[in-house]
Design a protein around this ligand. Structure first.
Ligand code: KG4
Ligand code: ZN
Length: 361
């Protein structure tokens, strides 16, 4: 069967056709219109501009996805749309476009949770995980640890209480002069810092780590939960940067980026280590835009290796927002018989809440 996936929750308009044969998902097309250049000048996503750009792009992106997959709508068995969470005006574009397409062509429609979509990108790897597993979803808006009981049943077991991990990189990256989104540039600058001490593994023993002027606190909340708080780290980093400016001292940029990245990555590694101890034998999936971070990938891979757990991370091309991940999760939503109708509405709110298990989409 073929699933058309549509995504417009933030600043990427995306459409993809995924085929499923004998339970194996394969990407036939994956078309993305990124708005990054449009939002760059504002230093972040401007919701109204994002919605308008989605409206302009969605029709041609969908046509291109069908053409690349050598399909017409008559070959599509299910239409999957991201319905939550995200920017409401942006979400509404794919939801309404998908609803119209499904209604007019008599194709079943399914609503997909964006974060479940990110995790579903891992089903497109050569070694797809099978639930139950743990998933760490890290993006511009999320830092969540899920217990994934089935393809559709997710429970939050840890999360950020304020800023998301991607936001923590983007906001401080902006102060370093990087344009939005700053994640990749931050990653590269931190690499330079780690190279100076002979690699990430030597960082804690290094003079950079011990330099009091570069001190930053851990975002891992020390209260027995699996939660994070990135706002404290962010504020401390802003104060640190101010101090350097006020004293007119040149900031050791690479060292600072390494120190900041180290605190972020170590906090995540600590909580994942605890979660893996609690959920014995479960593998770990890393997903979302920040899953592209080279230091986070390497560190979590080492944590999993140490605990003898499988570590699954989607290829770089499927970490950021895309339609293929939505089509893939849509397949499982369809299997769970959670079919949407024309009353479907978008929701900006995160439906997966801590401690609650939510099923289907
Ligand atoms: O999942 P995503 O594409 O969009 C959301 O759903 O938010 O994630 C975007 C986030 C941005 O904050 C971006 O800076 C971050 O992913 N990102 C990275 C890297 N590549 C992208 N963060 C750290 N290191 C990277 N290499
Ligand atoms: Zn995303």
């Amino acid at each position: 069967m073929n699933i058309l996936g549509l995504e417009s929750s933030c600043d990427e308009t995306a459409a993809s056709v995924v085929s499923v044969e004998n339970g194996v998902c394969k990407v036939l097309s994956d078309i993305i219109a990124s708005q990054v250049e449009t939002h760059k000048v504002f230093g972040g996503v401007v919701p109204e501009i994002a919605s308008r750009a989605h409206v302009e792009a969605i029709s041609s992106i969908t046509k291109e996805a069908l053409a690349t997959a050598r399909c017409t709508l008559s070959d599509i068995d299910v239409i999957a749309v991201t319905a939550n969470p995200g920017l409401i005006g942006a979400l509404l574009v794919a939801v309404n476009f998908g609803k119209s397409l499904a209604y007019a062509n008599d194709i079943p429609l399914v609503a997909v949770d964006h974060m479940k979509g990110h995790v579903a990108a891992s089903y497109l790897t050569e070694n797809p995980p099978k639930p139950p597993f743990l998933a760490l979803a890290v993006s511009g808006g999320h830092t969540s640890i899920y217990h994934v009981a089935s393809y559709t049943d997710y429970t939050v077991i840890g999360q950020t209480r304020d800023d998301a991990i991607g936001e923590a990189f983007d906001k401080i990256g902006r102060l370093l002069g990087f344009s939005y989104p700053a994640g990749k540039a931050f990653d590269d600058l931190a690499s330079e810092g780690f190279i100076k001490v002979g690699g990430y593994g030597n960082f804690k023993k290094s003079a950079i780590y011990k330099d009091k002027a570069l001190y930053l606190p851990s975002p891992a909340i020390n209260d027995g939960t699996l939660d994070f708080s990135f706002s404290g780290l962010k504020t401390a980093a802003i104060n640190l940067l101010h101090r350097y400016t006020m004293k007119d001292i040149i900031l050791p940029r690479a060292e600072f980026a390494a120190r900041y990245t180290f605190e972020v990555v170590e906090a995540v590694a600590k909580k994942i280590d605890t979660a893996l101890d609690f959920y014995k034998d479960l593998p770990l999936v890393l997903a979302g835009g920040v899953a592209a971070n080279s230091h986070l990938r390497a560190r979590l891979s080492a944590v999993c290796q140490n605990k003898k757990r499988d570590f699954i991370v989607p290829p770089f091309s499927l970490c950021a927002d895309n339609g293929a991940m939505i089509a893939t999760q849509g397949y499982y939503t369809f299997l769970a018989k959670d079919i949407a109708d024309t009353s479907l509405n978008a929701s900006a709110v995160d439906r997966i809440k801590k401690g609650e298990t939510i099923g289907t989409h």
